[in-house]
Design a protein around this ligand. Structure first.
Ligand SMILES: *[C@@H]1O[C@H](CO)[C@@H](O)[C@H](O)[C@H]1NC(C)=O
Ligand SMILES: *[C@@H]1O[C@H](CO)[C@@H](O)[C@H](O)[C@H]1NC(C)=O
Ligand SMILES: *[C@@H]1O[C@H](CO)[C@@H](O)[C@H](O)[C@H]1NC(C)=O
Ligand SMILES: *[C@@H]1O[C@H](CO)[C@@H](O)[C@H](O)[C@H]1NC(C)=O
Length: 467
């Protein structure tokens, strides 16, 4: 009898035990409040170390953990949140993170807040104040300035959600997604004055499976810029302007590039921006490409270049030996795009003479300039059009590549001839210098560009293009 009772008791306690255990397992995440680690909400006390300590605790926690930033202003210097972490980490911000008043305090690392090598990360809410104005003034004055810091950068972060953040006055880009997979960016507001230099909104590069939605982007540079090795990028419901619009590129500065594939932009409003949807490549040899892109359901409001492909980017005409881009652009669809251009020419295709744009499709485009049909200019493109088309003759008659192609071949041959002539001349000159022992010829060391201000942290993957 006693024995039986004991067994019953054991069974019951075991059940109780597992219920309790189950309950503790269901207890949400551990929360690490940065204030408990010594962060001060006064906007003046350096809170970098407390934030890093809170991160280390959350990151090393054996169950999912949350770092919590209460209301108030927290001064942070360069802050590097490093993984790998044990479990999912949520960074929940109710307050404002503030960069140092003196931009020189962020040095040349190129970043302000950096997340590195993390799997399963959520960054939610709050505000970032990059204090960029003094840095922009330095840039404008032509003085020597540091590299400038991107406000929030994610390097090698997979399964990432960034939501509800407002970022103002970043020194350079607001938000950088670099070498990440499976990313959602939603409901963020990124704001910097029109004409503030290089203040891109979101820069995506070397990343696969990024979704950007419900974002307001008012910046001095590109609202969204898309760099090399970006695949399966889906952007929807964005408002862009002022700024330089959504740009795939600049691509093709290097010969070896991995291309951009599967980009969709749907439901967007561009107002007062320099560009709407742009693809931009250097006029340099490259084996990169842009293919399978859809731009659809877009309203343009006084946009300078609503639709543009520019394959002739070559600032100061330097380093573009044949003045033609190797980037192959194909399967680009423009569907249901309406509104007004701020210039008479609303559609500009300046495609590469050596690699014309192929598979360009237009359907239902209505772009006006001062209430009359805008115009278009189309070089080296092949494609089709259907539906409503204003400009009415949108690239019609210019979809046929034969004549420009032929001219370009001649042009290319001539450039090659000129280039090899100069190569010979330089070669002779070098030999001459060697023979005479002349010290006028630049040595290998001095012919390298001086250490520029574009020095980035060694832990950065490839740096994004400037524009
Ligand atoms: C691009 O999309 C196509 C069709 O969905 C898919 O087959 C292809 O794998 C994608 N490309 C990349 C690089 O993921
Ligand atoms: C463009 O205008 C057409 C005709 O007025 C309309 O049906 C379509 O919804 C408009 N598209 C957008 C993106 O507003
Ligand atoms: C194009 O848009 C203008 C301005 O909204 C409108 O007046 C015009 O009727 C549209 N044209 C076509 C062909 O839909
Ligand atoms: C010029 O010289 C460079 C470096 O030696 C070489 O890579 C390039 O192919 C040459 N160009 C021509 C047109 O001969």
């Amino acid at each position: 009898m006693i024995c039986v009772l004991e067994t019953k008791f054991l069974v019951i306690s075991c059940i109780l035990c597992s219920v309790l255990l189950g309950f503790t397992n269901a207890v949400p995440t551990s929360t690490y409040n940065v204030v408990k680690f010594g962060a001060k909400a006064d906007g003046k006390t350096d809170s970098t170390e407390p934030f890093i300590k809170a991160w280390q605790s959350a990151c090393g926690n054996l169950s999912p953990a949350t770092i919590y930033v209460p209301k108030g202003r927290y001064l942070l210097r360069n802050t590097n949140f490093r993984g790998p972490c044990k479990r999912k980490v949520t960074f929940l911000i109710d307050g404002t993170l503030v960069a140092p008043e003196d931009y020189r305090a962020l040095g040349n690392s190129g970043f302000w807040i950096l997340f590195n090598h993390v799997e399963n990360l959520v960054v939610s809410g709050g505000k970032l104040d990059g204090k960029g104005a003094a840095f922009w003034n330095c840039r404008r004055s032509g003085k020597s300035c540091p590299a400038g810091a991107r406000s929030m950068t994610f390097n090698w972060v997979n399964n990432l959600v960034v939501s509800g953040i407002t970022s103002v006055n970043s020194q350079v880009s607001h938000l950088v997604i670099n070498t990440c997979n499976n990313v959602v960016v939603k409901n963020v507001r990124l704001i910097a004055p029109d004409q503030s230099p290089n203040t891109d909104g979101i820069h995506v590069e070397r990343s696969t499976g990024v979704t950007i939605s419900g974002c307001t982007l008012q910046t001095g540079d590109d609202c969204i810029s898309i760099g090399d090795a970006t695949y399966n990028l889906f952007i929807s419901n964005i408002k862009c302007g002022p700024g330089h619009g959504v740009s795939i590129g600049s691509l093709g500065q290097k010969v070896d590039e991995k291309g951009v594939e599967n980009v969709t932009l749907t439901n967007a409003i561009f107002s007062g921006s320099d560009n709407g949807v742009r693809i931009k490549t250097w006029a340099r040899p490259s084996n990169g490409f842009v293919r399978n892109v859809l731009f659809q359901n877009i309203v343009m409001d006084k946009v300078e270049n609503p639709i543009i492909i520019d394959q002739n980017y070559c600032p100061n005409n330097q380093g573009c030996p044949y003045q033609t881009s190797g980037i192959k652009i194909s399967e680009i669809t423009y569907l249901n795009i309406n509104g007004s251009s701020a210039t008479p020419e609303a559609v500009t295709f300046d495609c590469s003479p050596s690699n014309p744009c192929r598979g360009i499709k237009f359907q239902d485009i209505n772009l006006t300039y001062k209430n009359i049909a805008a115009t278009s200019s189309c070089k080296n493109i092949e494609g089709t059009s259907s539906g409503t088309l204003v400009p009415e003759r949108l690239c019609k008659g210019q979809f046929n590549l034969t004549p420009p192609s032929f001219c370009c071949h001649l042009h290319l041959l001539w450039s090659l001839f000129v280039a090899s002539f100069f190569n010979q001349t330089i070669f002779v000159f070098h030999n001459w210098a060697a023979i005479t022992g002349s010290s006028n010829a630049p040595s290998d060391a001095t012919s390298q560009p001086a250490h520029t201000t574009k020095a980035f942290h060694p832990s950065q993957p490839k740096q994004e293009n400037g524009k």
